[in-house]
Design a protein around this ligand. Structure first.
Ligand SMILES: Cc1cc2nc3c(=O)[nH]c(=O)nc-3n(C[C@H](O)[C@H](O)[C@H](O)COP(=O)(O)OP(=O)(O)OC[C@H]3O[C@@H](n4cnc5c(N)ncnc54)[C@H](O)[C@@H]3O)c2cc1C
Length: 272
């Protein structure tokens, strides 16, 4: 036995089983294989994993000892992570479904997913996550852009049949409006337009297009950082406790995930 300390967060090594195009902006990967046996049942509907990307030319073999690699490799060669929601877990089939927003050639995860083939290796840490719809809430407000669509879709599926409320979704293209399963009392409100850049107010404006309902709301709002700040401003108009709100940026316009994550320590990166 090696006396090398184990990597702090367990890593799962699986393979791509299927790739499909859900819409102009979304690619779905189903992943699994023998490595699935290490993956626990996720505790929440917004469960996410952190996919680890190592430069292929370095020939590193997973699981990666990220702590050691951070000490020993030049900064440009250190593996980086990208965060993705677990859209669905099939414990029987031993598969995970992940939906990726494709946003051009920039970035690591989106181009990788767009071009992934069955048999490709995928390494990730997780799952994390903290939100599950509160079944005792009087109504639910779910909101996000395409990056949060997988988490919103998973939440809609977990709601009780008599749940009430709204799911507000900003998508890039008319055809990104997926057919989502939802309780009859939950209206899905789509808005087509860019979530970042010049259109940061679109999500908040779309939320304002519907009446605020009576009773205790449970909120799930995630997506492009500046647009989520505007949603936070809107929520402040109502008296809500911390426990009623799950809110965060999932990405930031013009920033890769490394910069987006490091900016969380700066004023610009804070939602509140
Ligand atoms: C908890 C959590 C769950 C998430 N779940 C999902 C998910 O299920 N599906 C998903 O697609 N994303 C999800 N995201 C967002 C995803 O992690 C980021 O979009 C990430 O930056 C994508 O990595 P990349 O390598 O493709 O691009 P990066 O290298 O990080 O960025 C390259 C460029 O692309 C831009 N960019 C990044 N994301 C988008 C986007 N969505 N639309 C337009 N431009 C973009 C950046 O601003 C940057 O300019 C989640 C994030 C978090 C924190």
């Amino acid at each position: 036995m090696s006396d090398r300390p184990r990597p702090k967060r367990p890593q799962h090594v699986m393979e791509v089983l299927e790739r499909s195009r859900l819409s102009p902006s979304l690619v779905r990967l189903v992943v699994g294989g023998p490595g699935f046996s290490t993956f626990p049942q996720p505790p929440s509907t917004d469960a996410y994993v952190k996919i680890v990307f190592a430069k292929p030319e370095l020939g590193l073999e997973p699981p990666y000892d990220l702590a050691e690699l951070r000490e020993t490799l030049p900064a440009d060669d250190i593996p980086v992570t990208r965060t993705y929601t677990v859209r669905h877990v099939d414990m029987e089939a031993g598969t995970l479904t992940l939906d990726f927003v494709v946003h051009g050639d920039e970035g690591l995860a989106a181009p990788w997913a767009r071009d992934a083939r069955p048999g490709d290796r995928i390494v990730f840490q997780g799952p994390g996550g903290a939100y599950t719809p509160d079944s005792s809430a009087d109504w639910h407000l779910l909101a996000g852009d395409l990056s949060a669509l997988p988490a919103v879709a998973a939440a809609l599926e977990a709601l009780p049949a008599d749940a009430r409320g709204y799911a507000f979704l900003v998508v890039d293209d008319e055809e990104d409006r997926l057919d989502l399963a939802a309780p009859e009392g939950v209206e899905i409100v789509w808005a087509v337009g860019s979530a970042g850049g010049a259109a940061t107010d679109l999500l908040a404006t779309t939320i304002r297009s519907r009446p605020w309902l009576e009773g205790r709301v449970h909120v799930f709002a995630h997506g492009e950082r500046e647009s989520i700040k505007q949603v936070r401003g809107l929520l402040k108009e109502h008296e809500l406790s911390r426990e009623q709100i799950s809110i965060s940026g999932y990405w930031a316009y013009g920033r890769n995930e490394d910069r987006f994550q490091s900016e969380k320590r700066e004023p610009i990166g804070k939602i509140d």
